[in-house]
Design a protein around this ligand. Sequence first.
Ligand SMILES: Cc1cc2nc3c(=O)[nH]c(=O)nc-3n(C[C@H](O)[C@H](O)[C@H](O)COP(=O)(O)O)c2cc1C
Length: 213
Amino acid sequence: MRTDANESDHAAGGNRPDANRNGHDVNGDDLDRNPGFAAAVAAGRAGSHNGTAPPSQELVPDDFRETLSSIPTAVTIVTTIAGGRPHATTVSAFSSLSVDPPLVMIALSRSSDLLGMLERGCRFGVNLLSAGQEQLGRTCALKGQDKLASVPWYEVDGLPRIEDCAGWLTCEVWDLVPGGDHVIVLGLITGCESARQASPLIYHRRRYFDFVA
Ligand SMILES: Cc1cc2nc3c(=O)[nH]c(=O)nc-3n(C[C@H](O)[C@H](O)[C@H](O)COP(=O)(O)O)c2cc1C
């Protein structure tokens, strides 16, 4: 099964200033404290970390977006409750990270309202969408406060859990790491559950697919 989606570009940046509890400056002022990294940025090899030469061809943004969109990803809805209100955001930049301690990571645009809530210390839940739940992916990719109004969910451990998902994690914010126009949120897993029979929803080239084993 395949359906079109048109809300795929989550690379737009914003200007939320903040620093995390482990001292990473999510504004990028780390450049000032790390002359080596600043030199690497000036030399055009920031992020390579191994001193290799920059690519000879200039990077074309459309090629970059097209190439990255060709990587199939799971689709998650990351939820929290802030000021007594539930909030939800569609996130495909989700990955497992560490077993000991048990960590996952998500990358959120600096313009994300959810990011502001996590920066203020809110815990978060990760709902791994099942095949057939693409409408949820679309709904939670919108902006606004009431994205969960028409979504079936219930509260677990103080966090919104969406019905019939393929997997569920509860997390505390472990660290916030700057990542260009995004911030990488490291989450310490405090609880998890998977529905073994459920197939996940996949996102690939701006379209949703039901995974078939
Ligand atoms: C399939 C899909 C995956 C997305 N993945 C991410 C992501 O990993 N990180 C992100 O910041 N935004 C992502 N977005 C965009 C956000 O869902 C969107 O910008 C949303 O409006 C942000 O909501 P918020 O400001 O309430 O956090 C994705 C959108 C879609 C449709």
